[in-house]
Design a binder for this molecule. Structure first.
Ligand code: FE2
Length: 461
């Protein structure tokens, strides 16, 4: 190579380098909602500078925009990294939204120093639950860990989810391996980017979000959720079609003593919600009441007992029986509970603890938090003498449980498949719920070969 050629190559490299530097970077695009899947839908993204422009529309003309420049907030424990929110007005159902983003490439004077607009992004709005018919997909426990040279498993699962269609998604906790780690948080967004930038997700918080971030500041800073006037995004509800969705918090953001108080407050709030959706005189009753939170009351493996035993509870020696939500779930006929935390798929038999023990006593729990066996079996349903479906869905990418660690799998509360084997399945998976008026269909698919691993229909009377 001659000197002249070398010099030319060097200049070209410099030009490319500075061009790349000049292009502002926008990433970590995701959708949440302050209310239901059509009202309060909010897009959040990240950029290196403190202001951005946004335009959107139902066509590629982006008829709503560009909007006034949006100021960002500093991302948790980061320099030169900002988060931006835009809450859409009420959205039209079953439409495609087109949007594009533009970062200011100076920290001051957002009106002049703008970078390039991103390429066109799209987002499919929810159906509006027309005729009380809609779909949602649930799962949890991704963590975005990388093992050996394989593709991160959260990336593989998120690619499977990217090809699904649903009105919204429920992510029941343990997104990150370590909620306080920039690196772990970034890898969750990066590996899941195509899924996250296209789908609306409601979260419940997991114990891993507290690791390195005991006040959950990062989690609360990153995500949008309804607050229902409670000033907290950690427990909330929304209505959609003929269903009510209630998200609860099993983690503390304060001292353990304070958490006991928080739990009692949350339980009062939950009671109000259940009265609203299932109280005998309520004008706002719903056909389906679906509740999600991270730690299960009924599971297999080492996590069984964390919600039912004084010894294992998050607040040591705290008597959960004072606030046990399970009593409320019985009383108000909750239909479905969706949990994560244990790394597998597990389906429960219909759970009704009230009056199903010997002599019509309630089911009791031993010191390890193991429930005694009911003498009376019940059907899935919302009536007083019927039980709820409780599922554990912790298969979004975290290392799965092994057979060796499956203690309690033969407990009465674990449902059996058609071959009488316990429905404890160690596969990466997601759970699709199709609601059609009084019918709920659950289809669970593993993500590697896209095969159905469990299926169930519940029909209300
Ligand atoms: Fe967990």
């Amino acid at each position: 190579m001659t000197f002249k050629t070398k010099a030319c190559t060097f200049v070209i490299c410099l030009v490319i380098f500075f061009s790349i530097q000049a292009v502002a970077e926008i990433d970590h695009i995701r959708f949440g909602s302050k209310n239901n899947p059509l009202q309060g839908v909010t897009i959040t993204w990240r950029a290196n500078h403190s202001c951005c422009n946004f335009k959107w529309g139902y066509t590629t003309d982006y008829e709503n925009g560009p909007l006034p420049t949006i100021k960002g907030r500093i991302e948790f424990r980061r320099k030169n990294s900002y988060l931006f929110d835009y809450t859409f007005p009420d959205l039209e159902p079953s439409r495609t939204i087109h949007f594009a983003l533009q970062e200011c490439n100076k920290t001051t004077d957002c009106t002049q120093y703008t970078g390039q607009w991103t390429a066109d992004y799209t987002f499919q709005t929810a159906s509006g639950a027309e005729a009380n018919k809609f779909t949602f997909i649930a799962g949890g426990d991704s963590r975005a860990e990388v093992f050996a040279s394989k593709m991160p498993r959260w990336q593989a699962v998120s690619q499977a989810l990217e090809n699904t269609t649903a009105d919204f998604y429920i992510f029941c906790g343990d997104l990150f391996f370590n909620g306080g780690s920039k690196k772990k948080c970034n890898s969750w967004f990066d590996y899941g980017k195509n899924f996250l930038s296209q789908k609306l997700i409601y979260f419940s918080v997991g114990n891993h979000e507290r690791i390195g971030d005991p006040t959950l500041s990062n989690f609360l800073n990153q995500f949008t959720a309804p607050t229902n006037g409670n000033c907290t995004k950690l427990y909330y509800s929304f209505e959609y079609g003929n269903a009510a969705f209630i998200f609860l918090n099993t983690e503390t953001t304060h001292s353990k003593k304070k958490f006991a108080e928080e739990l009692e407050k949350q339980t009062e709030w939950l009671t109000e919600q259940l009265k609203k959706y299932r109280g005998p005189c309520s004008p706002n009753k719903k056909e389906w009441v679906i509740v999600s939170f991270h730690k299960p009351f009924f599971t297999v493996g080492s996590h069984q007992g964390e919600m039912t035993s004084k010894r294992l509870s998050i607040v040591p020696s705290y008597d959960y029986s004072k606030i046990w939500w399970k009593n409320l779930f019985d009383e108000y006929g909750v239909d479905v509970i969706i949990n994560g935390h244990s790394h597998l798929y597990m389906r429960s038999v219909p759970i009704l603890l009230k009056g199903t023990g010997p002599n019509e006593q309630d089911i009791t729990f031993d010191k390890k938090g193991i429930p005694s066996k009911p003498v009376k079996e019940v059907q899935y349903g919302k009536e007083k003498n019927e039980g709820r479906l409780e599922i554990v869905t912790g298969g979004f990418g975290v290392k799965l449980l092994t057979e060796k660690k499956l203690k309690y799998k033969d407990q009465w509360y674990v449902a059996r498949d058609k071959n009488c084997k316990p429905l404890t399945i160690m596969e990466f998976h997601y759970c699709t719920f199709n609601i059609d008026e009084k019918k709920l269909e659950l289809i669970v698919r593993e993500t590697e070969c896209d095969t159905i691993i469990d299926q169930l229909t519940i029909q209300h009377k």
